[in-house]
Design a binder for this molecule. Structure first.
Ligand code: BDP
Length: 729
């Protein structure tokens, strides 16, 4: 009897240990959302597919990638070896195209309208057998379908009666890597570059393939490998071989490689005296360079160019226009089917001007002047990747130009890889903004997907947040932004909540209560960050240079449009940048009724108030509070969120492996510290003008304004509190 009891206790303990070790198993985050750990036991009929065998058509590298992913993925999720078999088993999964799979061809599925990247997934009965078919016109489409199928299984979706049809709304979904030849990454906060130039092309880091898998799993199909502040070195014969080696790894996963081109490369590499786009020698140099590149990389995507911006060379140096510059490169790649992406991030400082109006002034005159294989890449807002900006007025304003949005996934102005902020919320806000260019419903998304102006080439870019950190993005949660960018680029109608739900279940936990709690955290994070950094339309209030931490007092740059004081205009009479008729009037760059809504104090949304208006500290807000009180309370609200986020996170302990749980907890502690610092430093400075007391409920700053001015928050970061190694101990 006693022995039996003892055995029972031992058994129970063993079981408990086993289950808790599953939960607390270390996970360094490397596998991203493609973890494929065994699905939980439970309501098996609903979410645990029976997969008897895999039948993947084709023998190309892409077909091999599909086979590999499904075999590893389903094998892991279902905890069983899944045989490859051409036999029509009950429970077989077929994947392929009508060309590479007779079984798929026989199904005669409606594939005609799917384009190159689309796919269908169908539960079908063939000769009395239940089969899942993943079918597409191209092998790449079938790969996207395979990843989609895996996602359904990973997120516990019922898969017995599938009838999925998917195709992307935007053709080119690309990451811009701001990586330098020396391995550093401009505005990168997750380690070094993933491209190991010194070892390439001989040695290929296996990580490159995992990068490509991750991209393809969310439909990303283009990668600019180098910084827009480009070194000409990337275009040398030596480097092009390295680029070709990377392209070869990416190819099976449908990712085309692009390069940032330095406009003056004909001088630096070609020894020419000029880079004038009208010069015959310059034209020839670019044509030859393009031929050389396509000789090595037949599917090379093309060039991205930052010209006459922040010191970069460009056509204006030779009295030529931006269109002349873009068309020079467009002509060089056109014979090979390549494209040129010209950036609209141009803002030449003129006395008394408004930086927010500069890109529009510089680029709009060239509407209709760009070559058919050129796109204009426009940042989401008119200043520079701030926590919140109204949409860029160039969206909708260039109907004869192929315009594409550029988002920043890396968090240059948003707390680096230290702050948890789910950016799908921001991107949705921009994409669903109505430009009214052709009346109601002319959203930024419809500019981007080409439906508004019947644009032929469509694209969207995100400045990557990836790096060599073991977990890719520094902060485990910021993988979600890479994921979300891809998902929204594929389908801009997806809701942030749906994307967050998918990502959490694939990456962190499937425990329903924890999923719900974490989703709430993610979905509130962007508004909270705006609150504690730049509420009510404030912008560009960050410490100079590195842009980490608050410095609303900063006025020491000779370029005024880099100074936070230029943007906040805080003074005794109030705060905010007047962009209405009484000020810079750049609000008139928007179409009516948007411009009227933003210009009028009665209708401007609170979130853009200080973006468009300079208002007195005692201005009466919609809430009935004074501007000063409202501002202070917003900062406090952001701080409260950051505090609460830590408690929320503590509450999911046990639902997530220990390693990532602790790493995130450390980051959240930094975020809280920074949020408090932002509130205290900002309010201390603004109070010198408002001369008003803090309202009830707003905590008093812990230090003096002089201390906030002296201490660079980044110093702590540099000492290691924000680093991956430090946080994954
Ligand atoms: C700014 C960054 C700078 C970039 C620039 C750009 O501070 O590092 O080079 O944007 O997008 O946000 O070109």
């Amino acid at each position: 009897m006693r022995v039996a009891k003892l055995l029972q206790t031992l058994l129970l303990t063993a079981l408990l240990l086993a289950s808790s070790s599953v939960l607390t198993k270390a996970d360094d985050g490397y596998r991203l959302w493609l973890r494929y750990d065994a699905l939980p036991a439970g309501n098996a009929a609903l979410y645990r597919p029976r997969v008897a065998s895999l039948d993947i058509g084709g023998d190309s590298a892409t077909a091999a990638a599909i086979r590999d992913e499904l075999k590893t993925g389903l094998g892991g999720l279902l905890g069983a070896e899944i045989p490859l078999s051409g036999k029509l088993n009950d429970g077989a999964v077929l994947a392929g195209t009508p060309q590479n799979s007779p079984a798929i061809a026989a199904l005669k599925l409606p594939l005609a309208d799917l384009g190159d990247d689309g796919f269908v997934i169908r539960s079908v009965r063939i000769k009395g057998k239940n089969v899942t078919a993943i079918a597409a016109r191209s092998e790449l489409g079938a790969l996207y379908g395979a990843f989609h199928f895996l996602r359904l299984v990973q997120t516990l979706q019922p898969i017995a009666n599938l009838n999925v049809t998917e195709k992307p709304k935007i053709a080119l979904r690309m990451l811009n890597h701001w990586d330098n030849p020396d391995g550093s990454i401009e505005r990168g906060y997750a380690g070094k570059s993933l491209w190991n130039w010194a070892e390439l092309p001989e040695k290929i880091d296996p990580r490159l393939r995992d990068y490509a898998r991750a991209d393809a799993s969310v439909g990303i199909n283009g990668a600019v490998l180098n910084n827009v502040n480009a070194s000409a070195q990337i275009l040398t014969a030596e480097y092009l071989k390295k680029v070709a080696a990377i392209a070869a790894v990416f190819r099976p996963y449908g990712i085309r490689v692009f390069l940032s081109a330095r406009f003056s490369a004909p001088i630096e590499l070609g020894g020419l005296k000029t880079a004038d786009p009208f010069d015959a020698g310059v034209k020839k140099w670019w044509r030859d360079k393009a031929d050389e590149i396509y000789g090595l990389i037949p599917d090379f995507g093309g060039f991205l160019v930052k010209a006459n911006s922040e010191g970069q060379p460009g056509p204006r140096t030779y009295d030529r226009t931006h269109a002349d510059g873009a068309n020079l490169l467009a002509a060089a790649v056109a014979p090979h089917g390549g494209i040129v992406i010209w950036r609209a991030f141009v803002y030449d400082m003129k006395p008394g001007y408004d930086r927010a109006g500069a890109a529009y002034e510089n680029l709009r005159p060239f509407d209709g002047k760009f070559a058919p294989n050129a796109l204009l890449q426009v940042k989401n807002g008119p200043v520079d990747f701030q926590p919140r900006e109204p949409f860029h007025p160039l969206f909708g304003a260039m109907p004869k130009t192929q315009v594409m949005p550029e988002f920043q996934i890396t968090q240059e102005y948003l707390g680096f890889s230290n702050h948890l902020v789910f950016l799908a919320e921001m991107w949705r806000e921009v994409l669903s903004s109505d430009t009214y260019a052709k009346g109601r419903g002319s959203t930024v998304a419809r500019v981007a997907d080409g439906s508004l102006f019947r644009q032929k080439l469509t694209a969207v870019a995100g400045v990557a947040n990836t790096g060599s950190d073991r977990n890719w993005t520094g902060h485990d949660f910021l993988q979600a932004n890479w994921y979300a960018f891809g998902r929204l680029a594929w389908n801009h109608e997806l809701s942030p909540a749906a994307i967050a739900g998918e990502w959490i279940k694939m990456t962190l936990t499937r425990e329903p209560a924890a999923v719900a709690r974490i989703a709430r955290l993610m979905l509130g994070s962007r508004e909270a960050l705006v609150d504690y950094m730049t509420p009510l339309g404030l912008h560009h209030q960050m410490w100079g240079g590195h842009h980490y931490g608050p410095a609303p007092w900063w006025n020491s740059y000779s370029r005024d449009d880099w100074n936070p004081t230029y943007f906040n205009k805080a003074a005794a009479d109030g705060i905010g940048f007047d962009r209405t008729k009484t000020g810079s009037d750049t609000v008139s760059q928007y179409f009516p009724p948007v411009r009227d809504e933003f210009s009028n104090l009665k209708t401007v949304p609170d979130k853009y108030l200080l973006w468009f208006h300079h208002v007195p500290w005692t201005y009466r807000m919609r809430s009935g509070r004074t501007l000063w009180d409202e501002l202070a309370l917003r900062y406090q609200r952001g701080v409260d969120w950051a505090r609460n986020a830590r408690r929320e996170w503590d509450a999911v302990k046990g639902a997530i492996d220990d390693e990532r749980f602790r790493a995130v907890a450390r980051k959240l502690a930094i975020q809280e510290r920074d949020a408090v610092w932002w509130k205290d430093a900002s309010l201390s400075y603004f109070q010198t003008f408002s001369k008003l007391p803090l309202p009830a409920g707003v905590e008093k700053p812990a230090r003096t304004l002089e201390e906030y001015k002296k201490i660079d928050l980044l110093d702590d970061f540099a000492r290691g509190i924000g680093s991956f190694d430090e946080n994954h101990k």
